[in-house]
Ligand binder design. Structure first.
Ligand code: CMC
Length: 429
């Protein structure tokens, strides 16, 4: 904490209002405005562009530098040296596990991968062409109806079991969405496989044959989960915190996070990128789409470009670019026409004055869709994969909030509607 103070003078309010200025370990100082309500004032910040809604020790982003740290560790190092489950442990517990802790954690997660058999009935209720994110919102929320034994949010052990269950069951539910859309039998998890290998087994395996998982693909899948594991107070994580602040159970909170992630400005962008590349269809049409993206009167945006926080390269997109080359190389798909369009689009956007001036760099979603397409994952499953990876971050933030003193999230408003007026009887309207 610093001794700095901020002074505010407001017409009509007596004297100077003095507010504490708080300093974190990294990042800008924040002005603690919580005393303003006592002076009859609120702050106004649509989109929370200047508002820190909480204190957190989990993830730090420096958008200008293009830096992303989980518990202090750079994302590039985690992507190169760690794996998804170890990163989940790190996010939740604050430190990397030692060998024994890691083994115990992996064994625990892998022993929770199966879902209650009644979940199958939920899937039977969905149309074959239901969007997998719609199914995920429903079935993840429904998990609360199966685990009454771990819903006491004030009990740290209950919170831990719920966290394990969510991280373990998300890939199983994600793969069930895919199998449902294909009309294929659901695959039970194989707990002898690694986390990401098991996901690919449940996605692409069938009960009649032994699954064959390409280790390059399994590694790429694991890094995709890892790169999506957390991103501090983004829209879906803030949604999870807000839902959790009312005391709602973790399954309901994660389901609300999935709903917030679904939109194309957030997690839905990876699906939108691939749809956009397909719509462009040919390198000769790139200029036309870039021109549309720059036109103020056209709502079209280049999907996969720009970020609220990064005003530099998204560090995850550089890692993703590397895996993209590796996966496509391993699959002999280096000349994939969509990849060629993506590379050309990236080059143009990085040189174009509009994108340079507005600091619109490729984000994580720009390359992830191309990799997932090469792996054989259908476009509408992309955001489900994002949700599966992000569950680690959501649950870590939820747990951090519940473990510390917190208030129900209750933003205020600038009301611009009618002042009080009298009810008009039906016959007089
Ligand atoms: N294409 C064209 N113009 C853009 C784009 C884009 N992708 N992104 C922003 N702009 C322009 C925008 O029109 C505005 O111009 P002006 O100042 O002239 O009005 C300016 O850049 C700032 O945009 P903004 O919407 O005020 O910025 P924001 O911080 O509110 O939005 C964003 C960030 C990610 C929603 C936005 O950049 C966007 O819509 N990008 C495309 C969707 C996308 O790729 N989303 C994935 C984000 S990364 C994954 C995740 O975290 O979920």
């Amino acid at each position: 904490m610093s001794d700095k103070k901020a002074q505010l003078t407001v017409d009509g309010v007596d004297g100077n209002i003095e507010m504490p200025v708080l300093s974190g370990t990294l990042g800008p100082d924040v002005v603690d405005v919580s005393s303003l309500t006592g002076k009859g004032l609120f702050t106004y910040d649509p989109g929370f562009v200047s508002t820190a809604a909480c204190e957190s020790k989990i993830t730090f982003i420096d958008g200008a530098k293009g830096q992303l740290l989980h518990r202090g560790y750079p994302i590039e190092q985690l992507a190169e040296k760690s794996d998804y489950l170890e990163t989940c442990y790190l996010l939740m517990n604050g430190e990397l596990p030692n060998a024994e802790q890691k083994k115990e954690y992996v064994d625990t997660i892998m022993s929770h991968t199966m879902v209650h058999e009644s979940i199958v009935n939920f899937f039977k209720g969905f149309r074959y062409d239901a969007h997998p994110m719609a199914m995920m919102c429903g079935v993840v929320g429904a998990l609360a109806s199966f685990y009454h034994d771990s819903l006491d949010i004030n009990d740290p052990e209950h919170r831990e079991i719920s966290a394990h269950r969510l991280i373990a069951k998300m890939p199983t539910l994600a793969a069930m969405c895919y199998k449902h859309s294909k009309g294929q039998p659901f695959m039970y998890p194989d707990n002898n496989l690694g986390y990401s290998e098991n996901f690919l087994h449940m996605m692409f395996g069938n009960p009649c044959e032994q699954s064959k998982i390409d280790p390059v693909v399994a590694k790429a899948m694991d890094i995709i989960f890892l790169l999506h594991a957390d991103h501090e107070q983004n829209a879906s994580t803030s949604t999870v915190r807000l839902a959790g602040s009312s005391g709602a159970n973790p399954f309901a909170c994660i389901s609300s996070g999935i709903a917030a992630l679904w939109g194309p400005a957030h997690g839905g962008a990876n699906e939108a990128v691939l749809n956009m590349l397909q719509e462009i269809g040919d390198e000769s049409r790139i200029d036309e789409f870039v021109k549309r993206a720059k036109d103020k009167n056209d709502p079209f945006r280049l999907m996969g470009f720009g970020h609220r926080v990064y005003k530099n390269f998204d560090p995850r997109s550089r890692v993703m670019q590397g895996i993209c080359d590796e996966v496509l190389g391993a699959m002999g798909a280096e000349n994939d026409p969509l990849l060629r369009i993506a590379k050309k689009l990236e080059k143009i956007a990085l040189e174009d004055e509009y994108f340079v001036e507005k600091k619109l760099y490729p984000n994580v979603d720009f390359y992830s869709g191309i990799i997932m397409k090469a792996i054989g994952i259908p476009t509408d499953m992309f955001t489900v994969i994002f949700a599966t990876g992000r569950t680690a971050g959501w649950i870590a933030h939820w747990n951090e909030m519940i473990s510390n003193p917190y208030k129900i999230g209750r933003p205020r408003q600038l009301y611009t509607g009618y002042t009080q007026r009298d009810y008009v009887p039906l016959g007089q309207r």
